[in-house]
Design a protein around this ligand. Structure first.
Ligand SMILES: *[C@@H]1O[C@H](CO)[C@@H](O)[C@H](O)[C@H]1NC(C)=O
Ligand SMILES: *[C@@H]1O[C@H](CO)[C@@H](O)[C@H](O)[C@H]1NC(C)=O
Length: 367
């Protein structure tokens, strides 16, 4: 979990992601008032929004309404950000629970749900209303809260087979990149790591790292190693390394996170540990990254990195994909972590009104 959270004072880097995992695990149990009658007064967060509640009620827009039931991890953003930051304007997005009975869809953040389900909507579900299961942690870091199996019509997740898939992709350039200017490199291999808690599945990557560091120096940053980075230093730091360890915390199909996107976006070669190479190649060309499984051991991987370090041409061959493809920088502010998934749900609801029988989410997610 944990996008490499580089915390410094009040600035935390984290990523908005399909796949993020920033997980302050205790917060979510407490931030939503217990009784539905207390809601929604706590939710007035943006000046535009709270000032217009009455107006909103009297003139409901014609667009499909998406009700955000919980603010994930309590990271609130302006409801107009979908339009201003992501150019998504297909739904009427609200966090006003009093509009529940009018909502076309309700977006429910899994980690905020109480074990006894007491903070889910209690009034009967309007027949045409769809509920969306909103979850971006890997199965290793997913609590199987009982009773949710057949409540949700739609899934929002990083997986490709989710109804609403949210993840970083590469994009085809409109015009080929003229000339890639390699960022200045003063470090060989870097790793930003915020989470070392073995219960989140990090055992595999920690073991690999412990072996790797015997053979090659790894420059470490992040909370787990007491070397905090300001969020604004996140991309420049990765850019200043020739290689970056894009090691996922747990290994699952499609679970390829911002840890992979960041080096691609800034011009650094990702060294990946996660699902098999074929899975990565669904999302990025095979010559854009190095997979630890390509080598029989960490020692041989280290030797290959030394070789690339000395061979400019071979090193440069890992950037050929950039001519026609582009990786884009993701949001790194912690409070922006969930903008992309929430706005993606908005876009989906704006375009889809199909009936969808409930998915048994656990059967789907854990199989
Ligand atoms: C809307 O305005 C009326 C008076 O104009 C007020 O009584 C009511 O409480 C307001 N409702 C909300 C939800 O703010
Ligand atoms: C959504 O799922 C519920 C069951 O959880 C079902 O009763 C309802 O018909 C479904 N609605 C739509 C519009 O797909």
């Amino acid at each position: 979990m944990m996008p490499p959270s580089l915390q410094n004072g009040n600035l935390c880097y984290i990523v908005l992601s399909a796949v993020s995992i920033g997980a302050v695990f205790v917060l979510y149990l407490t931030f939503v008032p217990n009784s539905p009658t207390l809601c929604p007064p706590h939710y007035a967060q943006t000046p535009q929004y709270s000032g217009k509640r009455n107006e909103t009620l009297s003139q409901l827009p014609a667009k499909p309404m998406l009700l955000l039931w919980f603010w994930p991890e309590n990271f609130r953003f302006s409801l107009s950000d979908c339009k201003t930051l992501m150019d998504i304007d297909g739904c009427f997005l609200t966090d006003d629970r009093s509009l529940y009975s009018k909502a076309d869809a309700v977006l429910v953040f899994h980690k905020s749900i109480k074990w006894d389900l007491s903070n889910l909507p209690t009034s009967p579900r309007p027949p045409a209303q769809r509920w969306i299961w909103f979850h971006v942690e890997s199965p290793t870091n997913t609590l199987k809260i009982p009773g949710l199996e057949n409540l949700f019509n739609l899934t929002l997740n990083y997986r490709l087979d989710a109804d609403i898939t949210v993840r970083y992709r590469l994009f085809v350039r409109e015009h080929p990149e003229e000339k890639f200017v390699m960022p200045k490199k003063d470090k060989l291999l870097c790793w930003i790591v915020s989470n070392n808690n073995p219960s989140t599945g990090t055992g595999v990557r920690t073991k690999y790292y412990n072996e790797l560091k015997k053979h090659i120096e790894v420059t470490l940053f992040g909370k787990a190693y007491g070397r905090f980075l300001n969020y604004e230093d996140y991309f420049p730091t990765i850019a200043s390394c020739k290689f970056y360890l894009s090691f996922e915390n747990s290994i699952h199909r499609d679970y390829i996170t911002e840890k992979f996107n960041a080096p691609l976006a800034v011009g650094t070669i990702p060294v990946v540990l996660g699902p098999p190479r074929e899975n990565y190649e669904v999302f990025a060309p095979g010559n854009s990254f190095i997979h630890v499984n390509d080598f029989p051991s960490a020692k041989e991987l280290a030797e290959y990195l030394f070789r690339l370090d000395k061979d400019e041409e071979l090193y440069g061959s890992y950037f050929q994909w950039r001519k026609h493809l582009e990786a884009r920088r993701h949001f790194v502010l912690q409070k922006q972590e969930f903008i992309k998934p929430i706005c993606s749900a908005c876009k989906y609801i704006g375009n889809h009104n199909e009936y969808k029988a409930p998915t048994n989410i656990y059967k789907w997610y854990f199989s």
